[in-house]
Each structure stands twice: as structure tokens, then as C-alpha cells.
Design a protein around this ligand. Structure first.
Ligand code: FAD
Length: 230
């Protein structure tokens, strides 16, 4: 297993002889051959790394949209949402910038953490930094990050009066690919079905093939492994 490696190309070999994968790690660029390849990358990455992908397959992938998200983790000196306002659940939905907020589990601490999820379209509006590098997540720079923290604090205070943020203990994570967005035509025009098909000996895993979330990623992984069983 090679970790921290970036794949740049996945190709079918002639005469159905397997696949070749090019990747780069801290030691440089490498090429490996195998019987088959399973990609499990965000779907916009596939057209970049499978150079021989036919036009209809590229079109089917580009018919699927995706959403970014920003996750804001902030520490508060007192868990007022719990101690003063009786909030005791997995999270709340709001019509503010952060559409979902979840709290750290109850414990013997006075302080606590709120994790706020900023979804689209606000995520793209607030986005800073690279827009097309599909790494799992990266920290927002201090300046814009602080602005997000202050904005969320202003919006959360009326919900839970008495919130006292430890402003230096906030982290703003940008997630370039939160998950797929299915336009209705994506299913009707056959793209959804086509994107499940292997291309030669290259198979496509990842949650986006079926939907969103860890369950769909695992379910898809099982399907691909079943398809490859002799
Ligand atoms: C903040 C947050 C909270 C979430 N909470 C939940 C939850 O509570 N429950 C739930 O079910 N799901 C949750 N999800 C969604 C869940 O994380 C995803 O559905 C799941 O991780 C998808 O798995 P995957 O294997 O398809 O893709 P990912 O886990 O996104 O993995 C794709 C991988 O491809 C790698 N990659 C990209 N390009 C290349 C390249 N060129 N070469 C090599 N590697 C590359 C990326 O680095 C990444 O590691 C959450 C997501 C986020 C961001």
C-alpha cells in the first residue's frame, strides 16, 4: 500500500492485459501494472486521470455536479447551549450561514466545541484558495477564517445567548468536494447508469456513484469487488 501518493494517469493496456497506473510520491514518479484498477476519487478527478476515457463517459461525468462545504470548529469557554439552554441532541438546523450545527458530546468539561457546517451556496461565496484541487480538506487562511468565525458568532448568539467564544481556538476547514449533486436529468439521460460501468479494466468506486455518505462508498466498494471476483 502506498499512501500520500497522487495518481496522474490510469490506462488500460492493449489486448485486455490489465492496467497501468502512474503516480507521484515523495520519492518521485512511478508506474505500476495490475490486472485491474479501482478509482475512488471525487468524480471530477476521473476525467483528468483517465486520459483515454471516451467522450460519452466524460459527458456522463460532467453531467454530475458537486458541492463544496466549509466546516467551522470553535471552542467556547462554557457549554451554554447545554447548561443554560438545555440543548441535548445531535445538532440543529438553521436558516443562517451555518445550516447545521452539532455540539461536542457531553462530558465533565466546562468548555465545549460547536461544529458548524456551511453548505452551498454560502460555501462557494466564502471560499478562498484553490477551487479545483480535490484534496480532502485544507485550513482557511487566518484573516478570512477570523471573518467567518465572527460572522458565525454574531448569528449564533441570538440562538444561544451567552456564548463566549475562545476566538483563537477556531478552525475553518474548507472541503473542496463534500459530495455529488444530482440534477434530475442526470438519472433520466442515462448518465447515472453509465457512470457505474467499468471502462475496460478500470472500475469506479466512491460514494458519488450511488449517492452520498460512507454507506454509499462502502456499498459501491462491495459491488466493485464482487465484479472483480473470478
Ligand atoms: C465534514 C464532513 C462530515 C461528514 N459526515 C458524514 C457522516 O456523518 N456520515 C456519513 O456517512 N458521511 C459523512 N461525510 C461524507 C463522507 O466523508 C463521504 O461520503 C466519504 O468519505 C466518501 O468516501 P469516498 O471513498 O467515496 O471518498 P473520499 O473519502 O472523499 O476519498 C477520496 C480520496 O481521493 C483522494 N484523491 C483525489 N485525487 C486523487 C489523486 N489524483 N490521486 C490519489 N488520490 C486522490 C483524496 O485525497 C481522498 O482521500 C462527511 C463529509 C464531510 C466533509
Amino acid at each position: 500500500m502506498t499512501l500520500n501518493a497522487k495518481v496522474s494517469a490510469v490506462r488500460n493496456l492493449p489486448d485486455n492485459e490489465g492496467v497501468e497506473v502512474e503516480y507521484t510520491d515523495h520519492l518521485g514518479q512511478h508506474t505500476v501494472r495490475a490486472d485491474a484498477a479501482i478509482t475512488a476519487v471525487p468524480h471530477p478527478v476521473i476525467s483528468r486521470i483517465v486520459p483515454d476515457l471516451p467522450a460519452d463517459r466524460r459527458a456522463a461525468l460532467s453531467n454530475l455536479d458537486f458541492a463544496r462545504m466549509i466546516r467551522h470548529n470553535a471552542q467556547y469557554s462554557e457549554r451554554v447551549w447545554e447548561t443554560k439552554h438545555g440543548f441535548d441532541g445531535s445538532g440543529v438546523y438553521t436558516d443562517q450561514t451555518a445550516t447545521w450545527i452539532t455540539n461536542s458530546p457531553p462530558g465533565d468539561f466546562e468548555s465545549g466545541v460547536l461544529a458548524a457546517y456551511i453548505n452551498e451556496p454560502a460555501a462557494t461565496d466564502l471560499w478562498t484558495g484553490p477551487v479545483d484541487d480535490f484534496v480532502p480538506h485544507f485550513l482557511m487562511d487566518d484573516g478570512p477564517g477570523r471573518a467567518v468565525t465572527e460572522r458565525l458568532h454574531q448569528e449564533l448568539t441570538p440562538i444561544w445567548p451567552g456564548l463566549d467564544p475562545v476566538l483563537n481556538e477556531a478552525r475553518v476547514w474548507q472541503v473542496p468536494y463534500y459530495g455529488p449533486v444530482y440534477p434530475p436529468r442526470y438519472v433520466l439521460d442515462g448518465s447515472y447508469a453509465l457512470n457505474r460501468e467499468p471502462f475496460g479494466r478500470i472500475h469506479f468506486g466512491g460514494d458519488w456513484v450511488y449517492g452520498f455518505g460512507a454507506n454509499d462508498a462502502v456499498r459501491r466498494g462491495r459491488d466493485v469487488v464482487d465484479a472483480l471476483r473470478p
